[in-house]
Design a protein around this ligand. Structure first.
Ligand SMILES: [Zn+2]
Length: 461
């Protein structure tokens, strides 16, 4: 009797269970592999959460004597508390946004699916424990161990096959939603309300993100459809053709993987927005997203662009859907691989911005050399010597007005020549260092800007 009371109220009973310790270790290795190598939108966020509760359970059971049900409930409550802390974005509130450790431990981003994953994980533990208890009565201990070993091997095999796969999604429903809304319009109808209902409210999850990031609004849709009627009438055919190119897109991504095996995939969302962006990315803890705006990249020789001003027409002349997919995907790599790279890109020197945009353009031109690259390349090739001289003196100054993002300020020459110059520097580096098998990795993950420029030899001669 005394013994029993002690179990409930006494100090924590320490123990050591080799079996749970080994389980914990195996799950830890699986989690580590997922963290390092799996960058999809299912295994990493959800299977990771599902397994992490099992990991916590096994780790505690390895050292503390406690009944399965109590521990399982404890682990579940603990996970819920962490997730709720994320809901209140506690990291930011505590002023720890820049604290890497706090971010890793508490994480960011609340999701109902996480709670589901934790609950399923704990439910699995209880089922396995029950099966195990019944089984030890029926089978010998030896066969029990064999069953566990098989489970573990299956788990490892499953993880292994997930690593290195082109596991990304292509979202195209938002383009279809756009045309559905467009076709609903009648003289006198409330365009904004229709686009709000059929495009914005029904947006896919990634498109929702870009609606926020790029401030896409139903009012803008209404205004633009009123101003550019010929444009929209002539845009449909190519836009529908492009969302039907999933096979080509996957082929290009696998070509990039061949050049750069470290690639992390990103889901690709194709939409029609408000001329805010032709391509952009979003990277956070759970998502890696590429967005392509077809109001820019479905423009071809059949599209009527006469309703626009000359700088917009110049943007249109550069439209290249496939190359933009790769360009943005390279941005995702720059954002993902190494903080040093990321930080250096946010520096205020011209060379940072020029390389940030030029490198994706260079890589994209290796993967997809076809098609039009816009007037800025023709002009760039013709005046490269002069441009090089000018850029050389401005490389380490701040301000990008002459070279980049300059559609409103530049006169008498193409916009965004900095993209072209950055791509030329990357190309020079590539030509000079081709004998290194990881030259593309060096270019994409660019760590030391000064060394990179020196080793490119672009400004010598
Ligand atoms: Zn870019």
């Amino acid at each position: 009797m005394m013994q029993k009371n002690k179990r409930f109220c006494g100090p924590i009973m320490l123990t050591f269970s080799l079996r749970y310790f080994l389980f914990a270790l195996a799950l830890f290795v699986v989690e580590l592999l997922i963290a390092l190598y799996v960058h999809d939108s299912f295994i990493r966020p959800y299977v990771g959460d599902y397994l992490v509760v099992m990991l916590m359970y096994c780790a505690v059971r390895a050292f503390i004597k406690i009944t399965p049900v109590k521990l399982a409930i404890g682990v579940l409550l603990f996970s819920y508390v962490i997730e709720v802390l994320q809901f209140f974005t506690i990291v930011d509130k505590l002023g720890l946004s820049n604290n890497k450790l706090a971010k890793t431990v508490i994480g960011f981003g609340f999701e109902w699916y996480d709670l589901l994953a934790y609950t399923l994980g704990v439910a699995t533990i209880l089922v396995l424990e029950t099966v195990n208890r019944l089984k030890t009565n029926v089978f010998s201990k030896k066969s029990g161990h064999t069953i566990y070993a098989v489970f573990l091997l299956l788990g490892c095999g499953f993880t292994r096959t997930c690593i290195g796969q082109d596991s990304f999604k292509i979202y195209k429903q938002d383009v279809l939603n756009f045309w559905e809304a467009y076709d609903t319009l009648l003289p006198g109808s409330d365009t904004a309300a229709i686009f709000q209902n059929l495009v914005i409210n029904r947006a896919s999850k990634p498109f929702k993100q870009f609606i926020i990031n790029s401030n896409i609004t139903s009012k803008n849709y209404a205004e633009q459809i009123r101003r550019f009627p010929k444009f929209y009438r002539s845009l449909r055919a190519t836009s529908l053709k492009l969302i039907d190119t999933e096979k080509e897109i996957r082929l290009l991504v696998s070509k990039l993987r061949n050049l750069y095996p470290e690639i992390v995939p990103a889901d690709i969302c194709i939409g029609i927005g408000n001329f805010k962006t032709g391509g952009t990315i979003h990277v956070d803890k759970k998502n890696r997203l590429v967005y392509i705006g077809l109001e820019y990249h479905a423009v071809d020789s059949n599209t009527i662009v006469s309703e626009f001003n000359s700088s917009m027409r110049e943007y249109f002349s550069r439209s290249n859907f496939f190359r933009t997919v790769i360009h943005e995907l390279v941005h995702v790599q720059q954002e993902t691989h190494g903080r040093a790279v990321r930080k250096s890109y946010h520096g205020d020197k011209l060379i940072h911005s020029v390389l940030k945009e030029g490198i994706p353009d260079f890589v994209a031109s290796l993967i997809y050399p076809e098609g039009n690259n816009g007037i800025y390349t023709e002009y760039g090739v013709q005046y490269e010597t002069e441009l090089k001289e000018k850029l050389k003196t401005e490389l380490w100054q701040s301000g990008t007005k002459y070279w980049l993002y300059n559609s409103k300020t530049v006169v008498g020459q193409p916009i965004d020549l900095g993209y072209f110059m950055g791509a030329r520097i990357a190309n020079a580096y590539y030509e000079r260092n081709r004998s290194n098998t990881d030259v593309i990795k060096q270019i994409i993950e660019l760590r030391q800007i000064e060394t990179f420029v020196d080793k490119s030899g672009y400004f010598i001669k």
